[in-house]
Design a protein around this ligand. Structure first.
Ligand code: 8YV
Length: 313
């Protein structure tokens, strides 16, 4: 397979890069000095693209690669890939489901605890020496709070399972009610937000779910409510979230994702009821390696004419 051209769109993981390099003719897009010359020289030989949550294959890239057969994404989310275009052109698409579910769900619970129990703030309190002058203020209990989940897919279910262990009643919103769960279903996000204390965004980003967290939803969640986003930044109308937090109309937020990563609204930096993470939901050594193995396994299966491991298109 050494002659097969594989285009990696951005640096993602050293192990993945090394294994792709060993097996294929790997091109690293971020090292290309002149794009037009690169495409002139190599576009015909590139048969696979490897992208991730921040860089996918859009229509423009797909159109410049006439030999493209497969897009293998180092992510479960495929919102950066033009899936319709891939379908139209017969280009296969794979992602990395399942292997990252547990880590992302663990992080959602971590964010909930960090916001409610003010973990980051109390860590700063100790480090700054303030403890010597008096005890840290009281925080908010997690056990027993109602958790609302937007999107009861693999990750949403894993969050629900964990929250159940904290004796939390679980409710959810999804396009359709799931017949095989005992959790309470709300047919609208506003209703869900009005009936829970912690709202977790765990659905894929699509045209329907863009800005699914808007002012109305934030107001329904209210000054005691907490928003947790482990989905995608554009699920949230960010200026609305920022103003609600600044004005105290929302109780708190735990965010792993943002509308324009790595840009994070600076107004959030001074707020103690907000915990900000740099998009690390799947960011453990173990999971990133499993994701890399899936990317490689899908490419090998494709080029050996075997069934793909995790096909989407
Ligand atoms: C990654 C993700 O952060 O799987 C997803 O959809 O957002 C993440 O796992 C990313 O793709 C790693 O580069």
């Amino acid at each position: 397979m050494e002659s097969i051209g594989v285009l990696m769109l951005c640096p993602m993981n050293p192990y993945l890069e090394q294994e792709l390099q060993r097996r294929f003719n790997l091109f690293r897009l971020w090292t290309v000095p002149q794009m037009s010359q690169f495409l002139k020289d190599h576009s015909a030989s590139i048969r696979a693209v490897v992208g991730n949550a921040s860089a996918g294959a859009d229509a423009e890239l797909i159109n410049t690669l006439p030999g493209l057969e497969i897009v293998s994404s180092f992510s479960v989310g495929v919102d950066k890939i033009d899936l319709d275009k891939c379908k139209e052109k017969g280009i296969r698409v794979t992602n990395t489901p399942d292997v990252l579910t547990e880590d992302v769900a663990d992080l959602a619970i971590g964010l909930i605890l960090a916001v409610l129990r003010r973990l980051c703030e109390s860590d700063r309190y100790v480090r700054s020496g303030k403890w010597k002058k008096g005890d840290f203020r009281l925080s908010t209990k997690f056990t027993g709070k109602t958790v609302g989940i937007i999107g009861l897919g693999r990750i949403g279910m894993a969050v629900a399972k964990r929250a159940e262990a904290f004796s939390c009643p679980i409710c959810y919103y999804s396009r359709r009610e799931k017949p095989d769960t005992k959790y309470t279903y709300y047919p609208s996000v506003v209703e869900l937000a009005g009936n829970c204390q912690i709202l977790v965004v765990a659905c894929p980003l699509t045209e329907e779910t863009r800005h699914i967290i808007n002012r109305e939803v934030i107001d329904a969640l209210g000054p005691k409510g907490v928003l947790i986003n482990i989905g995608r930044g554009p699920h949230v109308d960010e200026p609305e979230l920022v103003s609600a937090l600044v004005e105290g109309r929302l109780g708190g937020a735990g965010l792993d994702v943002y509308e324009n990563e790595p840009q994070v609204p600076e107004e959030l930096f001074g707020l103690e009821n907000v915990v900000l993470l740099p998009h690390v939901g799947s960011g453990t050594v173990e999971t990133r390696m499993a994701m890399a193995d899936l990317v490689i396994g899908n490419l090998e299966a494709h080029f050996l004419n075997k069934p793909l491991l995790t096909p989407l298109v």
